[in-house]
Write a protein that binds this ligand. Structure first.
Ligand SMILES: *Cc1c(COP(=O)(O)O)cnc(C)c1O
Length: 428
């Protein structure tokens, strides 16, 4: 047994499924997850000494790759000054100002500890501000694990949400309507029927939690217009896309201004940070300035703020996002070409350094189409890639990430290994 296998056996006795977040268990692709010993730059080393080129990047936060020297230094310097105060510190103000500079729609921000917390709080605020309860979300979008988001579409015209996990009360699920992403007509019909009940529309502007799905031109602008017309708030969940698809996130790339924005991942540079923010008139409703309660013992943690700040500062270098996007485009094109050479139908895309691929002829514009892709081939390909030292997200329905630590040479090696891996996956 490898060290990873031994650790996984021990883990399964004390952690549900052996992990602290489900997809890490590799259930969708089979096999045993590797346990990480160290990580640096674009590479992970597992406890058996195997090295992997990492396209998961901690599921998004590590846009600079692992253990970037500037971030490491900032974390060390902050820790030297103590790591939790329970009182305000300067880094919170610095990071808030940095976020507002990068995303002008985030006029005021509140830091929390995870993306899940950010979306929960944003919805509470939207409900408080509108005096309404109903939320609209889209199939395949993930907004963290709060009850109100673990909801699937009801059948037919009922559009009453149904619990998507045991433990979610039906009464709560009914307050969430779920529609297919990119379906402007369905959105229009819902607003016509129930627009006056809607507190908010929450959306991943580029879907990164169902693989990668780009919005069709005008989809978000239409959401914006419907919200304005019916007095609902538009929440962009930019936990994944924020500071990833552009310096100012998806809202900059798409040119659509949300009322509220939720952040996580990159904003904490790999430390547990989330944030929600937006229009100042809305944010002034948050306690203690207003009555909408929300608090956090470790929120605004000085070490976490330092990691987020140092990460964002590095991304401000001229050409940072352009270089990342170029490299990501090269990777996606290379994998697509390889798949076509093997005669495999493939649909691949990216926005900035967020990318994804489906073994499907395409187009893939919503979750139902994503689910029609060849997930069994993906699973075999994933295993073949891993054996060749390339770590892809262990599910056909997760996006990939490229960091600034991935060099052109890394990308070329990756394409070659994935090409070979696909050959092996097809031969099985
Ligand atoms: C990761 C993610 C979340 C949840 O963030 P956690 O920090 O895992 O709680 C919410 N929304 C989106 C779009 C995400 O990608």
């Amino acid at each position: 047994m490898s060290r990873s296998e031994q650790l996984f056996e021990r883990a399964k006795a004390v952690l549900p499924g052996g992990v602290n977040s489900p997809v890490r268990a590799f259930r969708a692709v089979g096999g045993t997850p590797f346990f990480v010993a160290t990580a640096a730059g674009a590479r992970l080393t597992d406890v058996d000494g195997r090295i992997y080129l990492d396209y998961v990047c901690s599921w998004g936060p590590l846009i600079l790759g692992h253990a970037h020297p500037a971030v490491l230094e900032a974390i060390r310097a902050a820790a030297d000054r103590g790591w939790s105060y329970g009182a305000p510190c300067e880094a919170e103000v610095d990071l808030a100002e940095q976020v507002r500079r990068r995303m002008p729609a985030v006029e005021m921000v509140r830091f929390v500890n995870s993306g899940t917390e950010a979306t929960m709080a944003a919805v509470r605020l939207a409900r408080a501000a509108t005096g309404r309860s109903l939320i609209l979300k889209f199939e395949g979008c993930y907004h963290g694990h709060a009850d109100g988001f673990l909801v699937k579409a009801g059948s037919g015209v009922a559009t009453l949400g149904l619990p998507d996990s045991p433990g979610v009360p039906a009464a709560l699920a009914e307050l969430t309507v779920t529609l297919p992403f990119n379906d402007g007509d369905a959105v229009e019909r819902l607003f016509q029927r129930r627009g006056a009940e809607l507190a908010a529309v929450i959306v991943e502007p580029y879907v990164g939690n169902a693989g990668f799905i780009a919005p069709e031109p005008g989809f978000h602008a239409a959401l914006r217009a419907h919200c304005d017309r019916f007095g609902a708030l538009l929440i962009f969940d930019e936990v994944m896309t924020g500071f990833r698809v552009a310096a100012g996130g998806a809202q900059e790339r798409l040119g659509v201004r949300p009322d509220l924005t939720t952040l996580g991942k990159i904003v904490g540079g790999g430390m547990p940070v989330g944030a929600y923010g937006g229009r100042v008139d809305l944010m002034r409703r948050v306690a203690p300035e207003g009555p909408v309660y929300q608090a956090g013992t470790l929120a605004g943690n000085p070490v976490a703020m330092a990691a987020g700040l140092a990460t964002l500062r590095e991304t401000e270098r001229p050409g940072f996002y352009e270089a990342l996007e170029r490299r990501t485009a090269r990777l996606v094109a290379g994998i697509g070409d390889a798949a076509r050479r093997h005669g495999v139908p493939v649909t691949a895309g990216h926005a900035g350094s967020l990318w994804g691929l489906y073994f499907a002829p395409g187009p893939v514009r919503n979750f139902a189409q994503a689910k029609g892709s060849d997930t069994a081939l993906f699973a075999r390909w994933h295993r073949a890639a891993l054996a060749r030292g390339v770590f892809l997200a262990p599910s056909a329905f997760e996006a990939g990430f490229v960091s600034s630590a991935h060099t052109d040479a890394d990308i070329d090696v990756t394409i070659a290994q994935l090409d070979e891996g696909l050959g092996e996956a097809l031969a099985r």
